[in-house]
Every structure is written in C-alpha cells, then in structure tokens.
Write a protein that binds this ligand. Structure first.
Ligand SMILES: [Zn+2]
Length: 92
C-alpha cells in the first residue's frame, strides 16, 4: 500500500467522522494513540503492530484534514535528515 492509497483508505474510513470532529480533535486522537503505545515493549508482536498502525492512521487523518499529500511531504527526508542534512542523522 502506498501512502496515497493509505490516505484514500483513511479518508473513506474516517473522513466523515474527522470532518465532524475537526482537526484539533483529530490531533488529540493522535495524542491518545501515542499514549496507548507507551507499553509497547511489553506486548506481543501482533498487538505492537496494531497499536503502531493506529498511530499511523491518526497521522494520516491529520494529513488528510490539513490537505497534506504525504508522498509529497516526505520529500524533506529524501536527501537526509531535514535538520542537519546528513544521512545518517548527525543531530545532537
Ligand atoms: Zn539530523
């Protein structure tokens, strides 16, 4: 699945709900999803995958609401770390 396909799937799955609740609430949903992965290391692999996919879906929901094409947005990483410009990253 490409990022564009994921964005389309997430729009079909949650686009109406997200439009009704608004971008701020979707961002709060991401915060909730991140909180849910705080014990990731203690879980079985399938549960880890499910929890992390939830984070990706919330990020994708935010991208959809913000009008961001994630395939295009990731151009910032094509040539290395967007902060230091190196690959591998040399920040810190
Ligand atoms: Zn860096």
């Amino acid at each position: 699945m490409t990022l564009r396909e994921l964005q389309e799937l997430v729009q079909t799955l949650y686009g109406n709900r997200n439009a009704a609740r608004g971008l701020d609430a979707t961002i709060e949903g991401l915060d909730d999803r991140i909180h849910r992965i705080s014990d990731l290391a203690d879980r079985e692999l399938d549960e880890r995958a499910k929890a992390l996919s939830g984070v990706i879906v919330e990020v994708t929901s935010i991208a959809n609401q913000a009008g961001i094409d994630m395939d295009e947005a990731l151009r910032f990483y094509i040539h290395g770390c967007p902060e230091c410009g190196n690959n591998p990253c040399d920040c810190n």
